[in-house]
Design a protein around this ligand. Sequence first.
Ligand code: NAP
Length: 167
Amino acid sequence: MRVVLVVAIAENGIIGREGGLPWRLSTDLKRFKAETMGKPVIMGRKTFDSIGKPLPGRANIVITRDQDWRAGGVERAGSLDEALAIAQERLERPDGEACVIGGGEIYALAFERADRLSVTHVLAEIDGDTRFPPIDRERWRIVAQNDYPAGEKDSHATRHIVYERRC
Ligand SMILES: NC(=O)c1ccc[n+]([C@@H]2O[C@H](COP(=O)([O-])OP(=O)(O)OC[C@H]3O[C@@H](n4cnc5c(N)ncnc54)[C@H](OP(=O)(O)O)[C@@H]3O)[C@@H](O)[C@H]2O)c1
């Protein structure tokens, strides 16, 4: 099973502020939905809280240390390894991939396990409190790139880049 980290990052590395997203990117949410649909999505408990409900059409796996934590339509995992094992069982295709969708703590845990990074670069410096690890171009090569001008419902223009780990 391949592991992809799906993330939106400002030019200064920021991915979140006060438990939420510091931008409004409707175009990217549509792109995110298309990319993750049908795949297991793995997230931290705080990110799940900020979304507030399971993402439809995807197996939702939430990582928490709280053994009693429960939410409808979601599977609980006590570690990244456990989350990946559950994702493996939920794959629709044996050669499928699991999407790690944040937030900061879970990206940091999963970074070394990732085969691919699907990054929406938000083309601005933005204030915030949660970051993504630096992407070292000696370890990650670009395999696809697309520019999206800011639409009516977008606060910023974005550049979507897919990075694959160099072996
Ligand atoms: N820009 C983006 O693409 C993007 C994507 C997703 C989220 N975000 C943003 O990121 C922020 C949230 O990120 P965050 O770093 O604060 O929280 P997070 O990574 O979403 O969740 C952190 C929680 O995960 C659990 N956890 C962490 N490490 C664990 C481990 N080793 N074993 C078991 N459980 C573990 C803990 O849950 P318990 O406390 O329940 O034990 C911890 O409180 C928000 O601002 C959100 O909007 C941005």
